[in-house]
Each structure stands twice: as C-alpha cells, then as structure tokens.
Design a protein around this ligand. Sequence first.
Ligand SMILES: [Zn+2]
Ligand SMILES: [Zn+2]
Length: 235
Amino acid sequence: MVKKISKLLEISFPLVCTFCTSGDLLSSKIGICRKCYQSRPHSSLIGSCPVCASANPNGLCLYCSSRNVFFDKLYFIRERNIQEKEIIQKIKFKNEPYLSGYFRIGIRGIFSDIIKNYSSFRITVAPSHKKTVSGRPYHSCSSILDYARRSVTTTVEQPIEKISGELQSGKTFRERFLHARHAFRIKSEFVNRLSGNWLLVDDVFTTGASINEISRLLKENGAENVIALVMAKNL
Ligand SMILES: [Zn+2]
Ligand SMILES: [Zn+2]
C-alpha cells in the first residue's frame, strides 16, 4: 500500500529529471531538467520544405516531391532523436505521463499558426488497433490533445479505424507503405460525408506512411485540407 501511494505521488509530482536525476524548476513541471532540455535541438516552425517543414534549401523536399503526399502541411513539435524516442517510450509504457510536458513547449505557437492558416478544423487522432491499445494507460499524444481541448473550440472525431493489428515498427521503408495501404479504413457512417479541414494528430512521424494513408482516406471522403501535427519527426 505504501509503495502504491508513493508511486502515485511520483506520477503527480515529478521532482527530479528522468535523465540525470537532478532537480530544478523545469524538472518539477515536466520531469526533465533545463540542462537536459536545452541539450537537445528542437524545431517547430523552422524549416524550408513548405509541406513537411524539414530543412531543405530548395523548397519541396525529396520526400514531399517523390510520392503522392496527401497531407497539406506537417507540423512537428520536436525533431526525433534518442532523447525524444526515450521520452515517448516512457510516456507510453513506463507510467511517466508527466513527461508529455516536454512536448507541450512550443505547442501554442504551432496552434496559432494552424489557426491563422486554416481558421476552422476538426481534430482526429491517428487510430491504433484495439490489440495495441491495451496495456497503454496514457495516450501518447496527450500533450497535444490536452492543449486542443483547453484552447481550441473544435471537436475530436474518429472517422478512420485501424483494421490491421500489425505494427509498423520493424518493417522496412517500402513495407511500411505497402502495409499502411491496407491497414486503415473509413467507418461506414463517414463514407463520403466529410468536409472542411482536419487536423490529424499522431505521436511520431517516421516514414509518414500511416499519416499519408489516413490523409488519403480523409480526402477521398470529402476532407478539404489535412494538416498533420506530430510530437516528433525523424530528421
Ligand atoms: Zn537532467
Ligand atoms: Zn517535405
């Protein structure tokens, strides 16, 4: 019982940094100290590809110009390095949900940019298969969803469902695209009944195969623009 209570307290009041165990004001809020936070480069709106915001001197990057990309714009809170990988794992599997505060820094600027460009939108979260969700008590995108719930007047809807229980991780770049093509479907009540702009939220942009396929389905069924927002994007 005592152990249980102290575990609960740890969850509500992280005091020390999850990486170096030193404590400061930032670690008391997000579980990561200022030194560890600042040791990582972070990106938000910077970058020159007009679609995916990756650094590219010639405008459209190779990714966005080499295949049918169905999302209109991709925003990411952080570049995904080892530290971001570790934080997402800890949020998902290790009962350290307060670490999602790491992905809250900079989110306001991103939302105001989205609102400036798209005025109104509905929100959807990249769906997981039922099988994958069990055993994950916290939603890995909670930093984005909490902010959206508090600050943006819009609804969260799930017109797309995942029908494949297979995971993308462990697959090659090409396999991910082939698998994604058959991994999702539009729910029957939404077929050809979407309209307006959609903000598609996911935790990580790795190859973009899932995000692109979900965007394709949203557009095929009437969505006007699809804006993707992820916590972390691979470089
Ligand atoms: Zn630290
Ligand atoms: Zn791009």
